[in-house]
Design a protein. Structure first.
Length: 284
């Protein structure tokens, strides 16, 4: 098993996929950090509070929720690209049992997911710091930044692992790119808005994309409001939370840990599905 893990690690570091997808994570992270601190609508909404605005927390949440798509694509392509390149036959022949290939891929891919998460948090924080004129209060307290940043790394890790399972399940290099993009940015977007103000609105936080976004946003938004409102937090109108969630992801009144558990469930389902199908799929 150790040899198989080393082989999968070499496949990752000797190809350009990992760093090619790291670039947009870094760029989007920095851009989200920079723009988030200059978000005029947020300032107008909370100008009644005489406190500094920890917009850096929201910037990290925003950049994470956009960057995770690249983590998913990386995880999915590490498996699906082997079917496209016809190297999966050799991979399966050198593995005993065949199902061990999935577990061997998960370990180095998890490392890349953590790398993506750290890069996203650091560059989003750097962008937010520069955008706020080097004002450290832009991140609230250190514990708040550390909590949101840790949630961001965890979210990136889970999206990567889900991607590996999805790639093993689909095994088509084109579909593993198109399907996540269309679902996350079109299908779920339309579905979420169609559920608003309906008896089924409670389902929205449990959709895959919303649950994944909520890992960070359902932590960052309450921390932001708490830092700004202070003792007036209980009097903060619900519309303020909902507007923040609309722009930065997550769902009002839904705890971040519930989103984490929900997304862990999705990750487990896709990994288990990839393991089951991959171990029985015919290869040429």
């Amino acid at each position: 098993m150790i040899g198989l893990i080393k082989a999968e690690y070499r496949k990752i570091v000797t190809t350009s996929l990992w760093w090619a997808l790291l670039i947009p994570v870094v760029v989007l992270g920095f851009a989200a950090g920079w723009l988030g601190t200059a978000f005029g609508g947020i300032i107008d909404m909370v100008e009644e509070f005489s406190a500094s605005l920890p917009l850096g927390l929201l910037s990290v949440a925003l950049s994470t929720n956009f960057g995770t798509i690249f983590a998913l694509l990386f995880g999915a392509m590490t498996f699906a690209s082997e079917f496209r390149a016809k190297t999966i036959t050799t991979t399966y022949l050198t593995a005993n049992p065949r199902s061990s290939v999935l577990w061997a891929k998960l370990i180095p891919c998890a490392g890349v997911g953590v790398l993506y998460g750290l890069a996203n948090v650091l560059f989003a924080s750097l962008g937010a710091l520069l955008g706020a004129g080097h004002d450290m209060s832009n991140f609230g307290g250190f514990s708040s930044w550390l909590s949101v940043g840790g949630a961001g790394v965890l979210s990136m890790l889970l999206w990567t692992l889900l991607g590996v399972g999805f790639g093993a399940l689909i095994a088509n290099a084109v579909l593993v790119v198109i399907v996540p993009l269309v679902y996350k940015f079109v299908v779920e977007f339309i579905l979420s808005f169609s559920l608003l103000d309906t008896p089924m609105s409670g389902i929205e936080p449990y959709l895959p994309g919303s649950a994944g976004n909520g890992i960070v946003s359902n932590l960052a938004v309450p921390l932001f409001v708490s830092a700004v409102a202070g003792p007036n937090e209980p009097n903060t109108p619900r519309t303020a939370f909902e507007l923040l969630h609309l722009f930065f992801g997550g769902s009002y009144g839904h705890p971040w840990w519930a989103s984490l558990l929900t997304f862990l469930g999705y990750t487990a389902v896709f990994v288990a599905g990839g393991w089951f199908v991959g171990a029985r799929r015919d290869v040429a």
